[in-house]
Ligand binder design. Structure first.
Ligand SMILES: Nc1ncnc2c1ncn2[C@@H]1O[C@H](COP(=O)(O)OP(=O)(O)OP(=O)(O)O)[C@@H](O)[C@H]1O
Length: 600
């Protein structure tokens, strides 16, 4: 990006733009999340078939226990007991395998879902307009791709299957208990409403607090991100202590949110466990009384004890999942909010006489262009000029005059608020972005180097370029010796953001990347600012040759570097105040002459 947003890194403060407020539990979010399961149909059917087998086993095993006690143990039929135990063992094996494969399938489906979600999110990030990045912090955006997806992963661990399998298990257990003994089943009449009150009473609070935790965590991340990328400035200005203090405040906020969440969570869990134990005690009490009156068998009581014990397991899992669900809802909502951010508008209907297969001539015109980054605070006003194919146009002016903004509009990083930018007489808005951007190349002051080797960075401009072609570009620039003298030549790793290279070397790589693209329009925004005089002369000599046949825009503060331009546009406070060749402007005693005088 051509703007000077990087200065934001030094102003680290705990003041972060608030994220959009979340809504409570939302079926549309859940439905959208479930939409990601499409394509896993067969695996889902298999998973739920296995789940039904497991539920069948879970419900049948206590029944075998009841039969074993009442029919074989009490009457002393050992042979019958052995046959029953064989059946029990078979059911246990079936239960084990069905649970195991169901779990494997669940993880396969779940991680497939997360992977698609992450991919969609990153895809969307590639196409969001620059205005989005102007108003959102990188750390908070990263938080969506990492933390929020991780919360969804936790939900999967809590059990994607729970919704169906545990609900089925509960239904099976209730049916079995009622069939076995309606009177003992009344224990459920006491415990179930208590349980439901608990779930619905605390859940709302858990949802709200879970959401706040996620939000504060994203703030922690945003802060960390700025602290790491701005570490040099922090050290240079000895702001470590203040930075630590600021982080302390944010961290404390996160801690406070977490502190209120987890006791509530623990209270919820403890209550669930206590209710389970109370249920067991009630079965013992009721069963004991009935047994005393000889109105129930020992086997039925034993089976009931197993059922009531099992009964609270799926209930616990469901409640756990509801807890996870509260945080996951907030995360899914934030993920989808990002996905729903409008894409950078690709293009309006191209005009009829436009054919995508035709080459670009390279004529660029601005016609009464006005632009503001926000509101009506116009940073360029009524800009009009034309660069003819092959012409080199320099844009000069004081800091903040609007030079880079012109380049932003030219690359269509932003659209003008009034007026139009024309390329080969077509409004830029109507040109397919791929067609247009594949024919331009840009070199900025911040070279924009990615981790990977030098060669890989150069190939960013022409993915199919051979090693020889890359070397040839460096040769044409006259810097092949410098590149070859690096530890691994063009295969030297550039490091994250090009940290392994000097700033000048990064710019050389950025030049090579632009030139190998063989662009029709070349944009150099303060591109040689960090080169030493000798290297700058070498690179500029090469550019002089390479500029031929391309429309070139040059922004440079050092006016000596743009003397060879065909025409110079002089900007002042967002307007073009002069236009002409170096000689014409120098003789005019206007703004350019003033700038010249003040650079000497
Ligand atoms: N992304 C942005 N969001 C909001 N305002 C911006 C943004 N980028 C630039 N500006 C503002 O627009 C105005 C023009 O900035 P621009 O970067 O075009 O100036 P410039 O002439 O290129 O300056 P320099 O010589 O310092 O690079 C400045 O006042 C600047 O603060």
């Amino acid at each position: 990006m051509l703007n000077k947003g990087s200065t934001r890194h030094i102003s680290i403060s705990p003041e972060f733009s608030p994220e959009k407020d979340s809504r409570s539990f939302d079926w549309t979010i859940l439905r959208r999340l479930l939409g990601y399961l499409a394509g896993h149909g067969r695996a889902l059917v298999l998973m739920y078939t296995l789940a039904i087998i497991a539920v069948g086993c879970t419900v049948a095993i206590p029944l075998l226990l009841q039969i074993g006690i009442d029919r074989f143990i009490v009457p002393g039929d050992l042979g019958g007991l052995v046959r029953l135990l064989a059946l029990l063992a078979a059911l246990l094996v079936l239960l084990y395998w069905s649970n195991r494969y169901q779990g494997i399938l669940m993880m396969k489906i779940g991680y497939g879902l997360l992977s698609s979600l992450r991919k969609d999110l990153v895809t969307r990030l590639q196409y969001l307009p620059f205005r989005f990045y102007d108003t959102h912090q990188a750390g908070q955006i990263m938080s969506r791709v990492t933390n929020d997806i991780q919360v969804l992963e936790e939900l999967l661990r809590a059990g994607l299957d729970t919704v169906v399998v545990d609900v089925l298990t509960l239904a099976g257990l209730i049916a079995a208990m009622v069939i076995l003994d309606v009177r003992l089943s009344l224990v459920l009449v006491v415990t179930l409403p208590l349980f439901c009150t608990l779930v619905f009473g605390l859940q709302g609070q858990l949802i709200e607090r879970g959401r706040r935790i996620q939000h504060t965590l994203s703030i922690v991340n945003a802060f960390l991100n700025e602290s790491i990328s701005g570490i040099k400035v922090i050290r240079a200005f000895a702001r470590e202590e203040e930075n630590i203090g600021n982080f302390g405040r944010i961290n404390q906020e996160y801690y406070q949110e977490a502190r209120t969440f987890y006791p509530l969570n623990a209270l919820f869990w403890q209550s669930v466990v206590t209710l389970g134990l109370a249920g067991t005690a009630l079965v013992l009490l009721g069963g004991g009384i009935l047994l005393h009156r000889e109105a129930i068998s020992l086997g039925v009581i034993a089976a009931f004890l197993v059922y009531i014990n099992r009964f609270f397991q799926p209930l616990q899992k469901i409640s756990n999942m509801l807890n996870q669900m509260s945080r996951a809802m907030a995360s899914a909502e934030r993920i989808f909010a990002l996905m729903d951010e409008p894409r950078e508008v690709s293009h309006e209907e191209p005009s009829r006489d436009f054919s995508p297969s035709r080459p670009m001539r390279g004529e660029v015109s601005f016609h009464q262009v006005w632009f503001a980054y926000g509101g009506e605070d116009y940073v360029v006003q009524d800009i009009s000029f034309t660069a003819r194919p092959g012409e080199t146009l320099a844009v000069v002016g004081a800091t903040g005059a609007g030079k880079s903004t012109i380049m932003n509009l030219l690359c269509r990083f932003y659209d003008p608020l009034r007026g139009e930018v024309l390329v080969d007489n077509h409004d830029l808005k109507t040109l397919p972005q791929q067609w247009f951007r594949s024919r331009i190349a840009l070199v900025m002051q911040d070279a924009g180097i990615f981790s990977g080797s030098i060669a890989e960075n150069v190939r960013f401009g022409a993915p199919r370029a051979s090693e020889e072609e890359i070397l040839q570009v460096f040769r044409e620039m006259g810097v092949q010796e410098m590149i070859q003298s690096l530890p691994e030549g063009i295969h030297t790793p550039a490091g994250e953001r090009g940290n392994n290279l000097s700033i000048g070397q990064r710019q050389i790589v950025a030049f090579a990347r632009a030139l190998i693209r063989d662009p029709t329009v070349l944009i150099l925004d303060e591109a040689g600012a960090y080169l030493d005089i000798k290297t700058e002369q070498l690179v500029h000599g090469a550019l002089e040759r390479l500029r031929r046949g391309r429309t070139t825009f040059v922004i440079a503060h050092r006016l000596a570097t743009i003397r060879g331009a065909d025409r110079i546009l002089v900007m002042h406070q967002g307007k073009i105040v002069e236009e002409g060749t170096h000689q014409e402007l120098a003789a005019r005693n206007g703004r350019y002459a003033w700038l010249l005088r003040h650079q000497r």
